[in-house]
Design a protein around this ligand. Sequence first.
Ligand code: SAM
Ligand code: SF4
Length: 329
Amino acid sequence: MSKMSDSFGRSFPYIRLSITDVCNFKCGYCLPNGYFKVENKPGFLNLDEISNLVAAFTELGVSKIRITGGEPTVRKDFFEVLKNIKSEHEISNLVITTNGYKLNEIAEELIATRINGINISIDSLDRNKFKEITGQDRLPQILEGINILQNKGFKNIKVNAVLLKNVNDSLEEFQNWERFINNNEIDFRYIELMQTGDNLEYFKKYHTSAFVFKKYIESQDWKEISRISDAGPSINYVHSKLKGKFGIIAPYSKDFCSTCNRLRITAKGELRLCLFGNTGTNLRPYLQNQNQKDELIELILKQLRFKKESHYLETGNTGMTPHLASIGG
Ligand code: SAM
Ligand code: SF4
């Protein structure tokens, strides 16, 4: 049971922890010109700092941690991060989000870390479109990686795509995904494109409501199912005759924030109460020593009182978030 709750009655059993801002893709909505190396001092949280952070959140009742980035798998000690969290802390649900660029090479090592799930971002099953959106011709390696994971019996693979107007919002694309999830028994979700500090032009050109996909799945007899407490923000659907689940993440929908159950930590140790908040709290000074845990817990609980009711994204507010690579999405 999470000991963290806010003034709006929401509780927080789920942390999204970014371990790097670096990414090797150039997704048009996120880092269209690629990652620019900036002065990186101090660097990203090290293994000890991550461990001290996770210890505090475990004590606060967090049961789910998602490791994200940038691209988390580019970090050299990526596997150590996962293994340490699994072996040193009682986190029942440790999952990652990745662009999967070398999933075929790392699938077996990933399984060995004993993580509980993986979200892979694939914006289209059409190789050319995939390349156009992400700037990388990596779809075959990702699909091969998924195959390896499945052949080894790894469960809980989810695929996410950002829904883009006139790019991947056609009937053909929807049907491709329907075949894919039925053949592979995988969950697939479309995320509605979000405006961030840097992507206004892209957003104006490509944003489309998740309603177009909702309309499709409801016409095909997919039925909405209910949500569990530490689940992500998607609305999920099952079909009586097909395998896999469809899902929709619609951040602009009414009430999206009322089910918020997660907090974010940036790769340099800032606590962010919202994906689009205006402030962050630097936890790093409290991560230097295991003995600082009580102070750290006190600070986190104090900050939670400032969590706002909504992201106010519909008013064009993007807070201090230039792109989602800076906060882990
Ligand atoms: N690099 C990893 C990846 O792409 O899976 C992890 C980090 S990425 C920021 C996390 C998720 O955010 C990805 O699924 C990505 O598609 C999504 N994302 C990035 N920018 C977005 C935006 N402007 N709107 C909606 N989703 C976005
Ligand atoms: Fe990189 Fe993920 Fe952003 Fe794409 S969405 S540029 S893979 S961080």
